[in-house]
Design a protein around this ligand. Structure first.
Ligand SMILES: [Fe+2]
Ligand SMILES: [Fe+2]
Length: 193
C-alpha cells in the first residue's frame, strides 16, 4: 500500500470500527448462503486483525496510562468475541444459529467499541490524555496490520487465541430439550419448572 496519509493510532482503530460496523449492517440485509458466508469471513478477518493489533501494540501501551479495569475488561471482551468468531468461522449460514451468532457478535462489538471510543472516560480519550505517542503507535499498527493481512491472504484467517481464559468444555444440549425428562429422572431440569 502506498498511502501517503498516515493515520494516528486512534484514527486507524476508529476506521476499523466503522468498517466492521458497515459489514455487520450489510450482513443483516444479506440474502443467500454465499453472500452471507463472504461477509461473515470478512467480518471475522477484520475483527481478528483488529483485536491482534490492539492486543499486541495498543493495549500494552495503555498499561499504567488508562484505568486498569477498563483495559482488563477490554481483553475479556475480545476473548468473549473470539468464542463467537471461532464458531462463525467453523460454521455456515445454513446452520440454525448462524445469523444469531453474527448478530450477538455485532452487539458485543458495539458495546466494546463504545467503551473504547466514549468521550472523556473511554479508553482512547484516556490514552490521549495520558500523552501516548499516537503517531508512532499508528505507524506500528499499520505495519503489523499489513503483515497480518498478507499472511491471511496466503494462509487464511488464523484461529483466535485467547488471553484471559482457557476453553471450557461445555455440553451441548438441543434447544428444545427440556432437561427434566432425562431417562433416569436424575437431571436437575434447569430449563423447566
Ligand atoms: Fe477496537
Ligand atoms: Fe478492542
Amino acid at each position: 500500500m502506498s498511502e501517503t496519509e498516515k493515520l494516528d493510532a486512534v484514527a486507524l482503530l476508529k476506521a476499523d470500527h466503522r468498517k466492521v460496523e458497515e459489514l455487520f449492517a450489510q450482513f443483516e440485509k444479506a440474502r443467500g448462503v454465499e453472500r452471507k458466508r463472504a461477509l461473515a469471513t470478512q467480518i471475522c478477518t477484520e475483527l481478528t486483525v483488529h483485536t491482534m493489533i490492539e492486543e499486541e501494540i495498543f493495549y500494552p501501551a495503555c498499561k499504567g496510562k488508562v484505568e486498569d479495569d477498563l483495559v482488563a475488561e477490554a481483553y475479556v471482551e475480545h476473548d468473549a468475541a473470539k468464542v463467537l468468531i471461532a464458531q462463525i468461522e467453523e460454521g455456515g449460514p445454513e446452520e440454525e444459529f448462524y445469523d444469531a451468532k453474527v448478530k450477538v457478535l455485532s452487539e458485543e462489538i458495539e458495546h466494546h467499541v463504545e467503551e473504547e471510543e466514549k468521550r472523556v472516560e473511554g479508553m482512547f480519550s484516556q490514552a490521549r490524555k495520558a500523552g501516548l505517542d499516537m503517531d508512532a503507535l499508528g505507524e506500528q499498527m499499520a505495519a503489523r496490520k499489513q503483515a497480518l493481512m498478507a499472511q491471511i491472504k496466503a494462509q487464511g484467517v488464523p484461529a483466535p487465541e485467547v488471553r484471559t481464559f482457557t476453553a471450557v468444555d461445555l455440553e451441548e444440549v438441543p434447544v428444545d430439550e427440556t432437561g427434566a425428562s432425562g431417562q433416569d429422572g436424575e437431571q436437575p431440569g434447569l430449563g423447566q419448572r
